[in-house]
Design a protein around this ligand. Structure first.
Ligand SMILES: C/C(NCc1cnc(C)nc1N)=C(/S)[C@H](O)COP(=O)(O)OP(=O)(O)O
Ligand SMILES: [Mg+2]
Length: 564
């Protein structure tokens, strides 16, 4: 049988380590789906819609490093653009692949289904160019190898999504077999001279400083090439305090003696903000300062920073390009001087452990009790997904035991992300115990993907916090729009079982009912268990209220008058 464009794409996806590809079929991509399915290394995973498909691929990329989402033209791709935007904001190489019209249609000025009803079909590629690091459209079969390799290589190097468009009549067209995969995957290493110069500059930046602190951001993990391990080596070579941004929770071990908490301005944990503000030198590693991570710009560090990024390092007065994060941190660990003054100070000021009250079984369920019971669940095999909402704050406060992992989507912040993302992640990590903390409003956005968890028998535990609406928005700025129609969430999940599923839908209104539900969830090894936890609609974290106040203030800044 002939070797085709679809076979080429399938082989490249398999060669870069993809084992599952997420799809929604449509007549523009059916032949392509056949070719992908024919590759023995790829397992096709169908999703209920393209938003969820792209978010499942986003979650898979968190576990696997890279992922693929395959949709049909226009009606499919435009929904998948949302998960692609998340991959862009969260620095994940998601490969978005879309079928497209037959190559003969444009020149015949044909009006086509699924399109805007004009004869210009280029809008999708143009849109994709804005939300990916490389967008290509294969117009003739012989171009496919060059364009597919280019798009995939760009995504892997930039840790950003890419876009590949393949006309419906080209997926089955003859194509040459791929050349060595190293041409696509070979990493760009640091320029040795720049690496040395950056390390020397770091020594200068640190010399004379009395109180250095390391601040870890979410791009540390995304940088790959051993950056997380290298950071631990650097931290131990310095002996200094290590604070972690909320979106980077879990990227530095929380049981490490130099971990000083989550730095999130006034809503920091463990007084991390005190030691960050005490520092006279801040080593920012993969940090991202947004309005949300700086609490409405109230927590922007105000001393000259050194910032080590995925592929460059900056100092006050200096910039070094082509310095890979992992290599830079490893190198710096061998040259940096020991200075543990901030750990000594932190051990003087760190808050004593708080007393966590255990509710009695008949107590009405509260947010605090939910957190206490989830805390008890966390172990070395757990991955905790926290959804946009008060779950961010409740999740960030939890202590991660050694080996526990944490996933959050704080840059894009698409409510509903956690359900498909946890599903995608679980396919790649069936060995891990996955727990999702998700609010009622978020759950309503992407609930369908629980049915895929049923289909793949994934024992994911979904802790749904039902506070009757969009509480984050209530705290930022309330209005009628923050009310939602309440569902019977437990019953809905049972409906997803159809005739053969193993999902469990449980409700908990008291501490004891939650305890029992969690036990049932742990025993349900053949499917997802959703536990609907009902709490008072104003039972939210104090951090959310404080954070919401400052974010609302930032949103409300008056327009700058010209010339002011
Ligand atoms: C509506 C919105 N954000 C705006 C928004 C709207 N649309 C999308 C896709 N993403 C968004 N973040 C948010 S955070 C809701 O409070 C989430 O409600 P819920 O899931 O119920 O969580 P909390 O009750 O803890 O807030
Ligand atoms: Mg809610």
């Amino acid at each position: 049988t002939k070797y085709t464009v679809g076979d080429y794409l399938a082989e490249r996806l398999a060669q870069i380590g993809i084992r599952h590809h997420f799809v929604v079929p449509g007549d523009y991509n059916l032949v392509l789906l056949d070719k992908l399915q024919a590759n023995p290394n790829l397992t096709e995973v169908g999703c209920a819609n393209e938003l969820n498909c792209s978010l499942a691929a986003e979650g898979y990329a968190r576990a696997n490093g890279v992922s693929a989402c395959v949709v049909t033209f226009s009606v499919g791709a435009l929904s998948a653009f949302n998960g692609t935007g998340s991959a862009y904001a969260e620095n994940l190489p998601l490969i978005l692949i879309s079928g497209s019209p037959n190559t003969n249609d444009a020149s015949q000025f044909h009006l086509l289904h699924h399109t805007l009803g004009t004869t210009d079909y280029s809008y999708q590629l143009e849109m994709a160019k804005k939300i990916t690091c490389c967008a290509v459209a294969v117009a003739r079969a012989h171009e496919a190898p060059r364009l597919i390799d280019r798009a995939i290589r760009h995504a892997l190097l930039a840790r950003k999504p890419c876009y590949i468009e393949i006309p419906t009549n080209l997926s089955g067209a003859e194509c040459v077999r791929p050349g060595p995969i190293s041409a696509v995957t070979d990493p760009v290493t640091s320029d040795k001279t720049a690496l040395e110069a950056a390390a020397n500059c770091a020594s200068e930046y640190l010399s004379g400083k009395l109180k250095p602190v390391i601040l870890v951001g979410p791009k540390l993990r995304r940088a790959g090439d051993g950056a997380e391990q290298a950071l631990i080596k650097l931290a131990e070579a310095m002996g200094c305090a290590v604070a972690v941004q909320p979106a980077a929770k879990g990227m530095f071990p929380e049981d490490h003696k130099q971990f000083v908490g989550i730095f999130w301005g006034t809503v920091s944990t463990d007084a991390a903000d005190s030691i960050v503000h005490w520092a006279d030198a801040l080593l920012c590693v993969g940090t991202v300062f947004t309005d949300y991570s700086t609490v409405g710009w109230t927590a922007m560090p105000d001393i000259p920073l050194m910032a080590a990024e995925m592929d460059h390092v900056t100092f006050p007065g200096a910039h070094f390009s082509r310095v890979r994060l992992g290599e830079f941190l490893s190198h710096l660990a061998t040259t940096v001087k020991f200075n543990n003054s901030t750990m000594i100070e932190y051990n003087r000021l760190k808050p004593d452990p708080v007393l966590v009250r255990t509710a009695t079984p008949s107590d009405e369920l509260t947010r605090k009790e939910i957190s206490r019971q989830i805390q008890a669940l966390l172990d070395s095999k757990t991955t905790l997904f926290v959804e946009t909402g008060d779950s961010w704050f409740n999740g960030v406060q939890l202590k991660l035991p050694p080996g526990a992992l944490f996933e959050i989507e704080m840059a894009w912040g698409h409510i509903g992300w956690s359900i498909p993302a946890a599903f995608g992640y679980a396919l790649r990590h069936p060995d891990r115990k996955i727990i999702v903390m998700v609010g009622d409003g978020s759950f309503q956005v992407t609930a369908q993907e629980v049915s895929q968890m049923v289909r793949f028998n994934l024992p994911i535990t979904i802790v749904l916090i039902n506070n009757r609406g969009y509480t984050i928005e209530v705290e930022i700025h309330d209005g009628s729009y923050n009310k939602i129609k309440n569902w019977n969430y437990a019953l809905l999940v049972q409906a997803f079982n159809g005739e053969d599923g193993n999902a469990k839908g449980l409700t908990a209104k008291t501490a004891g009912e939650l305890q029992d539900a969690i036990k049932a969830a742990e025993e349900n090894t053949k499917g997802p268990t959703l536990i609907e936890c009902s709490i008072d609609q104003d039972d939210c974290s104090r951090e959310l209220i404080t954070w919401g106040h400052f974010v609302a203030a930032a949103n409300a800044r008056p327009p700058r008058l010209p010339g002011v």
